[in-house]
Design a protein around this ligand. Structure first.
Ligand code: SF4
Length: 575
């Protein structure tokens, strides 16, 4: 049997349902290998492994497949698949495949291998935090490298000349480690207008045109004088006196909602999107640079029905950048007050498909409380309750009023930056009362402009929340600053070399909260419905959850008395 012309795939960390624990999909950011560990107790037990591979592989269970064809795939890959089928490619010419069976699909007939990449080199903010600025190798990087190696070997073995093309939100990382372009034998890196957030290649006719141009060799040379929808830039990089080259392809248009195809095969986690873009304008965010568009409820329903009928899924994970912006026009509505009616209509449509659980991926705290009717009403529609908690990722960003005002003032609209602490506390109260659990992310070293007092304001805000609302349910994950969005000209926050005592205090406080409150107090009450699995994973987290705290204490001892004092201060004043 011949091989498909176009093979689409993603590495193992993106092709797993993580045993049904949606937040565990961050586990790929965990450190896998410490190349600098050569002796000691842990070397004796684990050699260079940091998070034991057997544990990672257990939690990151591979996706189901039919003879190598993935039964579920990342939503973005499903969109490209749908675009190709719409634009004239036959079903047997396009295959979305399981990464561990990629060799079965690569042969002389294969023209393109397209890889969906979110964090290929482990430079995403969560990963940079966990690996101390890439001093260790994360599972994201480890499995991405493994996939590229398998593809290279399969091509060599079969004499395939397939072009390897990478796309999606992590492709910007190749700019910072161009040697990997050569090592992975990447033909092209597809970037969106804004540096890789979303090459929106799924507009009518665009997907087919892009892949046909690839196959016909039209991107082989960069020709600035040729009129084309796709711009090819050959970048050269000088790294330690050695030259590397990369072919970057830009597509500078965004399809309207009508031009975006519906998925035709099931997505991982039952994910579907309801909007693209966000009008809040946070300077550290790529998403805000994209035009804001919303899916009408009917289109949303069609995609959920694909997941139900073809994937047997009973949940819908709603990809949104700020769900509470859905249905509003930020140009006309400067206050960003939510369009409550549009949101209710959207979630009524979602629930009418028969799903038993739904949750939006992201939302702002200000948006959640700007209309006091919103969360109570939405909770009723989606049947939130003690047995059905709704997880939502929210940007806490910083406790510093100074920083939030400078970098994300509209994130707070309709409230003022001076009200930020109140917004955080009140939103946690309202969300928790209606069985929503915010998973906060905050940014360490924001624009390399975070001063000591800013960090301590963050520690203090978390502490106040705990003490004013001792039964509250939320988690906090510190991320290091990555220069994207309007701050793309800034520098990475170098956690490996620029840690300060106050920032160690932020990390320590966050993990102490997650352990003491998240793991010990409420993990067993929320999450999946299967009680056996819930208790199993809570037990596992309780057994391992203290390790990062001990590691940070050890790190502080190594760094010196100032760092130790910062940890002691958290223990004495903010515990
Ligand atoms: S609210 Fe969230 S998605 Fe919107 S611009 Fe700010 S960080 Fe980005």
């Amino acid at each position: 049997m011949g091989k498909p012309k176009i093979v689409l795939t993603a590495d193992r960390t993106l092709m797993s349902i993580y045993r049904g624990i949606s937040l565990a999909s961050f586990f790929g950011c965990a450190p896998a290998i410490d190349p600098y560990r050569h002796d000691g107790f842990w070397y004796w037990i684990l050699k260079n492994q940091v998070t034991p591979r057997v544990l990672f592989d257990f939690i990151c269970n591979p996706i189901e497949h039919d003879h190598g064809i993935a039964r579920y795939a990342p939503y973005g890959l499903r969109k490209i698949e749908a675009g190709l089928l719409r634009d004239g490619f036959a079903r047997d010419e396009v295959a979305v495949v399981h990464p561990e069976h990629i060799e079965r699909f690569i042969g002389p007939e294969t023209e393109v291998v397209g890889i969906y990449e979110m964090d290929p080199l482990g430079m995403g903010p969560v990963t940079m935090t966990f690996t101390y600025g890439r001093k260790m190798i994360s599972y994201d990087e480890f499995y991405s490298a493994e996939l590229h190696k398998r593809i290279r070997l399969a091509k060599e073995r079969t004499g395939s000349k397939a072009k390897v093309v990478v796309g999606a939100a992590g492709t910007w990382q190749y700019n910072y480690d161009p040697a990997k372009i050569e090592e992975y034998d990447i033909y092209a890196i597809v970037e969106g207008d804004f540096g890789g957030t979303a090459p929106e290649l799924d507009g009518t006719g665009v997907t087919g045109a892009f892949f046909r141009a690839l196959i016909n060799g039209e991107f082989d040379v960069a020709n600035p004088f040729k009129k084309s929808d796709f711009k090819v830039i050959i970048k050269d990089f000088d790294v330690d006196g050695r030259k590397y080259y990369g072919r970057f392809i830009h597509y500078n248009d965004e399809p309207s909602i009508d031009e975006i195809p519906e998925i035709v095969e099931p997505s991982i986690h039952g994910m579907i999107e309801v909007m693209r873009g966000c009008g809040r304008g946070c300077k550290f965010c790529e998403v805000t640079l994209r035009p804001l568009r919303y899916y009408p409820p009917e289109k949303v329903k069609q995609e959920i029905e694909v997941n139900i009928k073809k994937g047997g899924l009973r949940n819908a994970w709603i990809h949104s950048d700020d769900i509470f912006v859905y249905g509003l026009n930020p140009r006309k509505n400067k206050n960003m007050e939510p369009n409550t009616e549009a949101l209710i209509e959207l979630f009524e449509a979602v629930m009418s498909t028969g799903v038993v659980h739904t949750n939006p991926t992201h939302g702002t705290l200000a948006g959640a409380i700007a209309d006091e009717r919103l969360i109570p009403k939405l909770s009723e529609v989606i049947r939130a309750g003690p047995e059905n908690h709704i997880g939502i990722q929210c940007g806490f960003e910083t406790g510093s009023i100074r920083l939030i005002e400078k970098y994300a003032d509209r994130k707070l609209a309709p409230f003022k930056p001076s009200e930020w602490h109140w917004v955080v506390k009140h939103a946690v109260k309202v969300l928790n009362e209606h069985y929503w659990v915010p998973a906060f992310t905050l940014i360490m070293g924001l624009d390399n402009n975070e001063q000591e007092e800013d960090s301590w304001e963050t520690v203090m805000l978390i502490h106040e929340l705990e003490h004013e609302q001792p039964e509250s349910k939320f988690t906090v994950t510190p991320l290091t600053f990555v220069p994207i969005g309007l701050l793309s000209k800034s520098k990475f926050y170098d956690i490996g070399n620029s840690m300060t005592p106050a920032k160690v205090a932020v990390m320590y406080k966050c993990w102490q909260h997650n352990f003491k409150y998240g793991i010990m107090k409420f993990m067993h009450k929320v999450g999946q419905n299967d009680p056996i699995r819930r208790y199993f994973f809570t037990g596992l987290a309780r057994a391992l959850g203290g390790i990062p705290l001990t590691a940070m204490e050890k790190y502080a001892r190594r760094k010196g008395p100032e760092f130790e004092r910062a940890i002691e201060k958290v223990k004495a004043e903010y515990w």
